[in-house]
Write a protein that binds this ligand. Structure first.
Ligand SMILES: [Zn+2]
Length: 259
């Protein structure tokens, strides 16, 4: 193998870094699809992998209040609903999604909605950003052509570290409760405590031992629980009800160890 000069290698490395930075998260989409409708109660759309029609797409919707950089809401939905129009267009109708939104929970009137498909840790932009004005009728919305500024965008929620804290990087964060669907039942956490919302989280103990305190957003949580699927950079946030747990969706968030 030929030896490259150090200068050349460095240049190659830098170029690669720039390419990666610019590419995330708007890599060439594996799935086709878009948001087709936003109304006073729901967001609908479709997502489909043209190379494998059996590949069911996981869609994450990020709702932004107009003018704000951070989403006010993340919604996770599986694109496996039947839609007549898709059956005609794609020859397979089972790729629709619809998710209920209670707009009254947000202040402000103007929103932007971005859709992503999620594959493992990767986020892929799905279609164009769609505008929604609170109180708009149920008429179909045309996707607005908002140019993507890929360099400044990130699908993951970045946050600012506070003195005395150390960033642990990005974690996949989702919610769980004590119900059977979430694998609960005993009522107590792995460490024997009574789980509490805004306090209890489940983590991979090899990364975050029991009792570790971490900050996610504005809340400081304590690791008190584990889960069979909680391995690596994953945190499950305890919620009072299954509905709340589901509404958290699956998000990428920066986690800080509070020392
Ligand atoms: Zn549950």
């Amino acid at each position: 193998m030929k030896k490259k000069s150090l200068k050349h290698s460095l240049f190659a490395l830098l170029s690669l870094t720039v390419v990666i930075a610019a590419a995330f998260p708007s890599k060439a989409a594996v799935a086709k699809g878009k948001i087709t409708r936003v109304d006073s109660t729901s967001i609908c759309g479709w997502a489909w992998n043209p190379d494998d029609t059996n590949d069911v797409q996981q869609v994450e919707l990020h709702i932004f209040q107009s003018g704000k950089a951070e989403p006010v809401k993340y919604l996770h939905v599986t694109a496996d609903e039947y839609r007549e129009d898709l059956a005609v267009d794609l020859k397979d109708g089972w790729h629709g999604f619809s998710v209920k939104v209670d707009w009254s929970q947000f202040s402000g009137n103007d929103f932007k909605i971005k859709a992503y498909t999620v594959k493992g840790d990767e986020y892929y932009i799905l279609g164009d950003t769609v505008d929604y004005k609170k109180g708009s009728s149920g008429a179909d919305k045309q996707a607005s052509k908002v140019p993507e500024d890929t360099s400044s965008q990130t699908a993951a929620q970045a946050a600012t570290p506070v003195t005395g804290e150390r960033s642990l990087g990005l974690f996949s964060v989702c919610g769980y409760c004590n119900c059977e669907k979430c694998g609960g039942g005993s009522g107590l956490t792995y460490s024997g405590t009574v789980p509490q919302a805004n306090h209890t989280i489940a983590a991979d103990l090899s990364i975050l031992p029991l009792g570790s305190k971490v900050r996610i957003g504005n809340v400081i949580y304590t690791v008190e629980d584990i889960g069979s699927a909680i391995q690596g950079n994953i945190i499950d946030v305890y919620c009072d009800t299954h509905e709340i747990a589901v509404s958290l969706g699956l998000t990428k968030q920066e986690v800080f160890l509070v020392q």
